[in-house]
Write a new protein. Structure first.
Length: 493
């Protein structure tokens, strides 16, 4: 099997099939374009639709071994330094679902970082695993959650002696990177695999100035949302198994879980984009990242020069829960202006159609890709910020009310799966305290779930969530975003 990273075996096989102009007596019904809606054909183009080829096509993912599909996955494993890589067409969410199902083969409990992605909670529902939650470090000044510290993991492991694995997040939405090496060493001391949701860190492997990526630091299973920064098509991702990880997590269990959680009609366009994005990262990643890092350094200096604004950067490293910082996340501290992030984001859209990745009370976040050919959006963002600050004015004292620390979460009365599948009812929020919740309530800021399916909602938590909404925050996961009602498990009594 070739290890030439300049090759794209899967993408080439798609193009070769299309170029032959075969008789397409198979799905999809648009038949490579002739049967497509005229608007879709105009929007996507004939060439894209001709590459929309179904799975199990001879010469692509069937035929003599190694198939083009197998070769593409092997090249990805080599590029990221994995023992094995799976292509995912249901996003990094599929990777988290597969990780949970694989861990369930090894036990009934798992240590999970509390501010895990919602797909991790979905994985607990599917797998039936009982979570032993570990609290990330919270930055009281910025009102955001960082990563899990080694001390916090040690305490969590002491409370969960029967755990089948450890599941953490790094980097965070805001760019904080965990000490994955130390977390892996501690997990391995306990004989446990470390799963890292590195959805935001697929680019870290391709430049020496960036924080060490999770596989290189010793993680066993790494979920990588390749589309976010590296630039494959939306909804495409990868799952990487670390070298030597097979001693701690079963490779065949992962393989079956990947198959179980994906469509039986995977998109060739998504898979082809993974093959191409891997080539670009492996062959040109350092050069592209060099330019991105330079652009972002200059942009941070320009934003910092705007009175009232500050930026997060490598100075964040060393705070609790921040081992290193990912500079491709441009997080802007707005506490010095007379507008919250919630107010600034729509104003930027109004001024110059600036659309941000994330905004909260104290911070707004802009995301840059590693492979952008033209960083014209960076000066455009700076100009819009200058105009916005002139419009809203300054708040040098930072007098806006800060969000108070969240109360401790309630008792885990049943597993997330039991709560999700159990009999449920919707009750007024005023009568929800004391009930077992069947949905998630996660206030932003700081993005740590206040209550998850299976936990008992305390009066203190209910009051905190309602107060956060009153202050302009938001709650995710709730079926009623205004929290007039809450979905709870029917009381068996």
């Amino acid at each position: 099997m070739s290890s030439d990273q300049r090759l794209t075996p899967y993408l080439d096989a798609l193009r070769a099939y299309s170029a032959r102009d075969p008789a397409r007596l198979h799905v999809p019904g648009h038949k490579g374009g002739p049967g497509a809606d005229a608007g879709l054909l105009e929007a996507l183009g004939q060439r894209a639709l001709r590459l929309d080829i179904p799975a199990l096509t001879y010469g692509i993912d069937l035929g003599p071994e190694p198939t083009a599909f197998a070769q593409a996955q092997q090249l990805a494993a080599e590029a990221w330094g994995a023992d094995r890589t799976w292509f995912l067409i249901n996003g990094a969410s599929q990777g988290n679902l597969a990780a949970g199902l694989a861990l369930a083969h090894q036990g009934g409990e798992v240590v999970v970082q509390r501010n895990a992605h919602s797909s991790t909670i979905d994985a607990l529902v599917l797998s039936g695993l009982r979570p032993a939650f570990a609290a990330p470090e919270v930055d009281a000044e910025l009102g955001i959650a960082h990563c899990l510290s080694v001390d916090a993991l040690e305490r969590a492991l002491a409370r969960a002696p029967a755990a089948a694995g450890v599941w953490v997040v790094s980097p965070t939405y805001f760019g904080a990177v965990a000490d994955v090496g130390a977390l892996a060493a501690l997990s391995h001391e306990h004989g446990l695999p470390l799963v890292v949701d590195e959805a935001w860190g697929a680019h870290l492997a391709f430049h020496e100035e960036l924080p060490e990526h999770a596989l290189a630091a010793g993680a066993d299973l790494v979920v990588s949302s390749t589309h976010k920064i590296v630039g494959s098509l939306t909804q495409s991702a990868m799952l990487h198994l670390g070298h030597g990880a097979g001693a701690r997590i079963n490779e065949q269990a992962i393989d079956r879980a990947v198959t179980l959680t994906e469509s039986t009609s995977p998109s060739a366009l998504l898979t082809g984009s993974l093959d191409a994005a891997r080539r670009q990262a492996a062959v040109h990643g350092r050069e592209l990242l060099e330019r991105a890092l330079r652009t972002l350094r200059e942009t941070r200096e320009q934003i910092r020069a705007i009175e009232g604004l500050e930026v997060l950067d490598e100075r964040l490293a060393g705070r609790p829960g921040v081992f290193a910082y990912d500079p491709l996340r441009l997080a802007i501290d707005v506490r010095g202006i007379a507008a919250s992030g919630y107010e600034l984001a729509p104003l930027l859209r109004e001024i110059d159609d600036i659309n941000l990745e994330l905004y909260g009370q104290h911070l707004v976040v802009a995301v840059f890709g590693m492979s952008e050919r033209d960083y014209g959006e960076a000066p455009r963002l700076v100009r819009a910020l200058q105009a916005a600050v002139l419009r809203v004015g300054l708040d040098p004292g930072g007098t806006r009310e800060s969000f108070a620390p969240a109360p401790p979460w309630g008792e885990l009365a049943m597993t997330p799966r039991e709560a999700y599948l159990g009999a449920q009812e919707v009750v007024p929020a005023s009568s929800a305290a004391g009930r077992i919740v069947a949905e998630s309530l996660a206030t932003y800021p700081p993005g740590i779930p206040n209550v998850l399916p299976g936990e008992r909602l305390t009066p203190q938590t209910l009051a905190y969530v309602q107060r956060t909404l009153e202050q302009g925050g938001s709650v995710r996961g709730a079926s009623d975003r205004l929290l007039r009602t809450v979905r709870v498990v029917v009381d068996p009594s």
